[in-house]
Design a protein around this ligand. Structure first.
Ligand SMILES: *Cc1c(COP(=O)(O)O)cnc(C)c1O
Length: 377
């Protein structure tokens, strides 16, 4: 089905096309100078000491679990209202995901009070996810982490250049993980980044992403190295220069893209101001946010009502989504399930509306008009 208004549209033009052509013609298409340039640019833009480009964010989260030393039976506190990859990473290293609830219907980030209740002698880390690019309560979370000697991993997939108290998301905890999947703020098809200010983490991540080898093929091809040793059990989590070249163009566009998204969000907020029957999460937030997605939560709803509203919007040609089906309800996570009343409510009553920088004022009016019609308000 093709929608009149899709959920997301790529912010691509000839610049991305030309960047790819240039890399292909250079004949070095795997990890090389473009990848290194992307890492340097990303680190500079975020104010992080180290950045490592990777195949996607899922492997960034996996490396993060490895770097902080999560082992079988270690507990890691995480949200359930997130993409499943956040929690899968804990399982890759046989850790135990301990789900914490969200704060409220208007703040969909992990609740520090619930984190505190769920800390045990086995807890080793907290993974936070900055929903839609709106920050978790990092002051309280970092304070809890310090008092209980826990590591903090930021799944910052939604929040490149989003801020918290003047600091960029992903730079506050021990490690920050980003995704460049097609529908993210920065799109390279597949792609991801790991950032950290910890030199030892960065050094080890560099080894682990390339089979634990002490030198990379680009270094050898350019004569900087002739042989290598394998010193750790690594993976192949490298980004290639074709994607990195697209990423460099996307980074150049990021600030402008984000400011357009902020304007779109303001338009939505304005038009939805007097609509009964919904709440708009983070409506009162005034910090710089990436606005990766725009979500609403239906009041007094059930999953049937929500799905009916989505169905009627689809009939009007408007694509919507649900961020997210709660992870603790998935079959493979059910054994780790716990009581998460707010997450349960929101996962059944949330609707993600279209958000991308090419969304026009008329599109937004059309979406809100139809939403009001469908809600009968
Ligand atoms: C997209 C996303 C991921 C996974 O990223 P990939 O690059 O597709 O592996 C993980 N967590 C969150 C919150 C995401 O939005």
């Amino acid at each position: 089905m093709s929608y009149k208004i899709p959920l997301f549209d790529l912010n691509f033009d000839e610049e991305e096309e030309n960047a790819v052509i240039q890399v292909i013609r250079s004949k070095w298409i795997s990890s090389g100078p473009k990848t290194q340039a992307l890492e340097e640019k990303f680190a500079t833009m975020l104010g992080s000491e180290h950045a490592l480009a990777l195949t996607n964010c899922t492997v960034s989260l996996h490396l993060a679990m490895n770097l902080i030393g999560i082992k079988a039976g270690d507990e890691v506190i995480c949200p359930s209202l997130t993409f499943v990859a956040t929690c899968n990473a804990i399982r890759y290293v046989h850790g135990i995901p301990v789900f914490a609830d969200i704060k409220s219907m208007t703040d969909l980030t992990i609740d520090p009070d619930d984190i505190e209740r769920k800390i045990t002698s086995r807890t080793k880390a907290i993974i936070v996810m900055h929903f839609g690019g709106f920050s978790c309560d990092m002051d309280r979370i970092m304070d809890l982490a310090q008092r209980h000697d826990l590591k903090v991993i930021e799944d910052a997939c939604h929040g490149p250049l989003s801020e918290y108290g003047g600091r960029k998301l992903g730079t506050i905890g021990d490690i920050g993980c980003f995704s460049f999947f097609s529908n993210k703020n920065i799109s390279t098809g597949e792609g991801g980044m790991l950032i950290t200010n910890n030199q030892a983490y960065s050094d080890r991540a560099r080894l682990l992403r390339s089979h634990g080898m002490t030198s990379m093929s680009y270094e050898r091809s350019t004569g900087h190295s002739t042989s290598y040793d394998v010193v750790d059990l690594g993976f192949n989590y490298r980004m290639d220069d074709i994607r990195a070249a697209i990423g460099l163009v996307q980074l150049d566009k990021l600030r402008a893209d984000i400011s357009i998204r902020a304007a779109i969000r303001n338009q939505y907020l304005d038009l939805l101001k007097n609509v009964d029957g919904i709440t708009v999460p983070f409506a009162a937030s005034e910090t710089i946010a990436s606005n990766y997605i725009f979500t609403i939560v239906l009041k007094d709803a059930t999953v049937d009502k929500r799905d009916k509203v989505r169905g009627q919007l689809a009939e009007a040609g408007i694509q919507t989504s649900v961020h997210y089906p709660a992870v603790h309800r998935f079959s493979v996570f059910r054994e780790f399930s716990s009581d998460l009343p707010l997450t349960d409510y929101v996962t059944d009553s949330l609707i993600t509306l279209p958000m991308y920088s090419r969304l026009s004022a008329e599109d937004i009016q059309y979406i809100v008009l139809n939403l009001k019609r469908v809600l009968n308000v």
